[in-house]
Write a protein that binds this ligand. Structure first.
Ligand SMILES: CSC[C@@H](O)[C@@H](O)C(=O)COP(=O)(O)O
Length: 353
């Protein structure tokens, strides 16, 4: 497959170090960070060195494993206390991507199950390692399957617009929204992809354009405010995006700007598809109002990527990192268990049965 095989999250050095591709310095530099402490891993998630909902979940799973591994506890109760402290701490790194909480909860469940059978702390550490590896490996399969389902909705030569980066580096491999693009490219679909630059942190320009170009995909970078014109000019036949959390009714949080793209797609009668692993669907959220939207620092808008300031020193800045796309604007939600269509209240629930 014509896919960039850089693994963005992996455990190395005799399973003692979390090695992360630093996504903040791409595309200029391909650098890896060697992290061993929970504080370093928390910071890497907070600063978006590792980013994208599934990759955040995988990093947190390995993070809580490494923290537990370094515990000096000699009995199960003390070990569980150390685990829980690290889990609660890592859970504060970012609020919107539900995969973070999903992965940490899954690690805790595994620990509790294992504790029923085994009181040996070393065995519990091994069980946590196994679970973190499973979270990573399953994500690779899940993404590939999402790609296969999504490809059934696409035709050769289509123009596809995407926002932010839901690609291979945001997951274990393949990506979610970019998975069908990779699979289609393998089969000579000749997609023409439009990548929104995705202000303020430029995940589309720095990451999606880079990833797709490396894979030999025909990708054109546009500024966020150009989505309307490419749609009007008939260059886009489908929109594919990833997500950070999908509520029970289909309302979907994804990178800031996604809801605007969905509104434009509706206007131009272009299907708008959300690619969502089940790990990103949060049936505990009734609708988008229940999803916490992360607010980030002003400097991301005023200065982050430039040596000269882009705005006056004291200007007020509002910097929500995500927005919620109303379910009524979403044509389908594509998961590893199949494609859900409205009414999402019903169709999403069925996927979990
Ligand atoms: C498969 S990644 C899906 C989403 O997490 C992605 O679209 C997104 O919005 C990422 O936001 P980011 O702030 O870069 O972590």
């Amino acid at each position: 497959m014509a896919i960039n095989v850089i693994q963005s999250v992996k455990l190395e050095d005799n399973l003692n170090t979390l090695v992360l591709l630093d996504q903040t310095v791409l595309p200029g530099k391909t650098e890896f960070l060697d992290l061993t402490t929970q504080e370093e891993i928390w910071e890497a998630i907070f600063e978006l060195k590792v980013r994208g909902a599934p990759a955040i979940g995988i990093a947190a799973a390995y993070g809580v494993y490494l923290a537990a591994k370094s515990s000096a506890a000699e009995n199960v109760d003390e070990f569980y206390q150390d685990f829980k402290k690290a889990k609660d701490y890592l859970a504060t790194s970012r609020p919107t991507a539900v995969n973070l909480f999903w992965a940490l909860d899954r690690m805790e469940r595994r620990l509790k199950e294992e504790t029923e059978r085994n009181k040996d702390v070393e065995a519990l550490k091994n069980a946590l390692l196994e679970e973190a590896h499973a979270i990573r490996d399953e994500d690779e399969e899940v993404c590939k399957t999402i790609g296969e389902h999504a490809l059934t909705l696409l035709k050769p030569e289509m123009g596809i617009l995407t926002h932010c980066n839901a690609g291979t580096i945001a997951t274990a491999k393949y990506g979610t929204a970019l998975a069908p693009i990779y699979l289609g490219t393998e089969q000579d679909y000749n997609f023409k992809v439009y990548a929104d630059e995705t202000r303020p942190l430029l995940q589309g320009a720095r990451l999606t354009a880079w990833e797709l170009e490396q894979a030999g995909v025909d990708v054109t970078l546009i500024c966020d405010n150009m989505a309307s014109i490419v749609m009007k000019e008939g260059k886009v036949q489908a929109v594919l995006v990833g997500c950070d959390r999908v509520a029970q009714n289909g309302d979907t949080a994804n990178k800031i700007g996604t809801s605007g793209v969905a509104i434009l797609a509706k206007h131009y009668n272009i299907p708008f598809y959300v690619c969502a692993p089940l790990s990103t669907i949060d049936l505990n959220c009734k609708n988008g109002d229940d999803i916490e939207i992360e607010n980030r620092g002003a400097e991301e808008v005023t200065a982050k990527w430039y040596s000269e300031r882009m705005a006056p020193e004291e200007v007020n800045v509002y910097n929500p990192a995500f927005d919620v796309t109303d379910h009524s604007l979403i044509t389908a939600i594509i998961t590893e268990k199949g494609i859900a269509y409205p009414d999402y209240q019903d169709s999403l629930k069925k996927l979990f049965d």
